[in-house]
Design a protein around this ligand. Structure first.
Ligand code: DC
Length: 211
């Protein structure tokens, strides 16, 4: 079973897909990490993000073990990941890896921006998880504060708004809710409620798959 989860920045896809992967006994791929690792490599090696050939080469020879998760979550890496992800050759270089991951039995839970539309258009279940920009900014701000990062709410809001704008307006594989995706708006939900809502959608499509 392939579960595709797309949606804008800080919508809670990470927490939700981790819980879904555990519940259904499936491996999980956070595809944002791939784009983040491309950005982190460009920064670490002082490479030019405007050089599309260099970026594509980095994407094609990515070494994920080079970075700790925290190094991939800085706002500098977040913004640059969003910028380089608009390059068609970067997306092409990462596409096969994502498809191969999804194709291995027994399937997978993947989260990103274009999973239901481009990476796995035939996914068994597609969710598009969103929430208001204000709610997403507040959640991300609380997370960052808990992790000891000193940042103001307005900066987090602007970072998220800019990324959403870029991710949804690019020419190649823009973030989009697939026509056959189930929309899950978590503005008024906590993670427990979002998880229950997602499971009830998935179990309705695939009865008997639940724990
Ligand atoms: O999901 P995330 O916030 O970790 O993703 C970081 C950036 O990577 C995001 O701003 C856009 C890009 N991305 C993408 O273009 N396609 C994906 N499937 C996943 C992420």
């Amino acid at each position: 079973m392939i579960i595709a989860v797309d949606g804008p920045a800080a919508a809670g896809k990470g927490t939700l897909t981790r819980a879904l992967a555990e519940h259904y006994g499936l491996p999980r791929l956070d595809t944002g990490v791939l784009y983040r690792a491309v950005a982190a490599t460009l920064l670490a090696d002082c490479l030019d993000p405007a050089d599309t050939e260099v970026c594509a080469r980095v994407a094609g020879t990515l070494d994920l073990s080079r970075f700790a998760d925290a190094d991939l979550r800085t706002s500098e890496v977040s913004q640059l990941a969003s910028v380089v992800s608009s390059q068609p050759d970067v997306r092409k270089a990462l596409l096969m890896f994502q498809r191969a991951f999804a194709a291995r039995p027994p399937g997978a839970v993947l989260d990103g921006r274009d999973i239901g539309t481009v990476v796995c258009p035939d996914a068994d279940v597609k969710l598009f998880v969103t929430a208001s920009t204000e709610a997403r900014a507040r959640r991300r701000w609380l997370e960052l504060r808990q992790a000891g990062t000193d940042i103001d709410l307005q900066s987090v809001f602007e970072n998220i708004r800019d990324r959403d704008e870029r991710d949804s307006s690019r020419g190649t594989s823009p973030m989009r809710c697939a026509d056959d995706a189930h929309l899950l708006d978590t503005t008024e939900m906590d993670i427990e409620a979002a998880f229950r809502a997602a499971v009830s959608i998935i179990d309705a499509v695939w009865p008997g798959t639940g724990g």
